[in-house]
Design a binder for this molecule. Structure first.
Ligand code: ADP
Length: 366
């Protein structure tokens, strides 16, 4: 009987539970034995009861819960070879050589390195007498499938990452709440949102929340944005708007590639318009709460596909990520997706913003 493990790693994201539930139940249906590796890679490094066999009802009532019930962690041990050797040993102790990993590009990169290193780790464990020859021969390679869990929607190759839609809902709710108090007092608010180096959350939140102005990493404001923003806010008020809302990405940049903070934006508003804006940094509320309907059904479809993929994949072939493209589950070579994502970061660093936006490959196809 085939044994597989599932783990969630890196930053938590709403909808990870839907994927976990779907993987486990599909695996059971297909006659395989699923295990949850608790607390991300830490569970694999620690082993023992951190690697738990899962039954149908172990994933009951988690579909509508935020975060990840099997835990996640940033695991420094896994960055060291010794940690990865222990992870390999612990997985082998449970007969696991198939892993579905749900995480961001960091976790997926680490996972791929682990896959490449697996034969070497097995050989070392055999040499050290920690595993038998039978075990080494039975598990010569590691099969992995990646699912992208990230509220930032920052992986090139999938239209949506697990958690981004729920985070966007949280942000838009917050904008609505702030807007009503802002309108009552005719105030100006600067709202800082997450997304790291990706402008998806701030941009879509600005469109969906009816903001006056938005700052993103990929599309910095032109030189002289200070006057432009002041003019736009003034025009809004003249046209009868009672509130002004400016969205600032946590990773916002100016045309020279310098970080623009929400305080910078507030200072400019104060200086140009003579009003003191309120700054609201949304922070971790964006990751919290129940997953949206989309972040339940989409990861459910991905989990179903991932369980099939992991049980049928050729261990000799490079690993894939499963994502969505045009509302269809799609398979993306892991290395290509991670390399393309890193490339966007490099283009932003090099201030080649048009190329970075194009390389994001978002849904607006010509
Ligand atoms: P995310 O997956 O959300 O991008 P991180 O980049 O923090 O988050 O990665 C999460 C964990 O994945 C790290 O704490 C580490 O255990 C593992 N990891 C990330 N990159 C590597 C790597 N290059 N080699 C080994 N493990 C890695």
């Amino acid at each position: 009987q085939k044994r597989l493990g599932i783990l969630t790693s890196g930053g938590d994201a709403q909808g990870m539970n839907a994927a976990v539930r779907s993987v486990i139940r599909t695996a059971l249906k297909l006659g395989a034995t699923p295990f949850a590796v608790m607390e991300g890679w830490q569970g694999a490094v620690d082993g023992g009861d951190r690697i738990k066999q899962m039954g149908w009802s172990d994933v009951s009532s988690i579909l509508n819960e935020g975060g990840t019930v099997i835990g996640t962690a940033r695991c420094p041990d896994f960055r060291e070879k010794d940690g990865r050797r222990r992870a390999c040993k612990n997985l082998l102790d449970h007969g696991i050589d198939r892993l579905i990993v749900i995480g961001g590009d960091g976790s997926l990169t680490g996972t791929n390195e682990f896959k490449n290193e697996w034969p070497e780790l097995v050989a070392e464990l055999l040499e050290a007498g920690e595993i038998t020859k039978e075990v080494a021969q039975a598990h010569p390679s590691l099969v992995i499938v990646g699912l992208v869990g990230s509220i930032d929607n920052d992986l090139v190759g999938t239209d949506m990452t697990i958690g981004a839609d729920s985070a966007l809902h949280r942000i838009v709710d917050a904008i609505d709440n702030v807007s009503s108090t802002a309108a009552s007092h005719q105030r100006t608010f600067v709202i800082e949102v997450m997304g790291r180096h990706c402008g998806y959350l701030p941009l879509m939140a600005a469109v969906a929340g009816g903001a006056d102005y938005v700052f993103t990493p990929e599309n910095p404001p032109r030189l002289g944005w200070e006057n432009d923003m002041a003019e736009k806010l003034t025009l809004g008020r003249e046209a009868g708007r009672r509130e002004s809302i400016v969205i600032v990405a946590e990773g916002a940049l100016d045309a020279e590639g310098n970080h623009i903070t929400s305080q910078d934006v507030a200072n400019v508003i104060e200086e140009k318009l003579g009003v003191t804006p309120r700054i609201t940094i949304l922070g971790h509320v964006q990751r919290g709460g129940t997953p949206s309907a989309y972040d339940r059904w989409m990861p459910t479809l991905l989990g179903y596909a991932a369980a099939h993929e992991i049980l049928n994949a050729d261990p000799a072939k490079p690993a894939n990520i499963l994502g969505v493209r045009h509302n269809r589950v799609t398979r993306i070579p892991l290395i290509e997706a991670v390399a393309a994502t890193r490339n966007v970061g490099k283009l932003i660093e090099a201030k080649d913003f048009d190329a970075a936006t194009a390389a994001r490959g978002n849904s607006f196809e010509k």
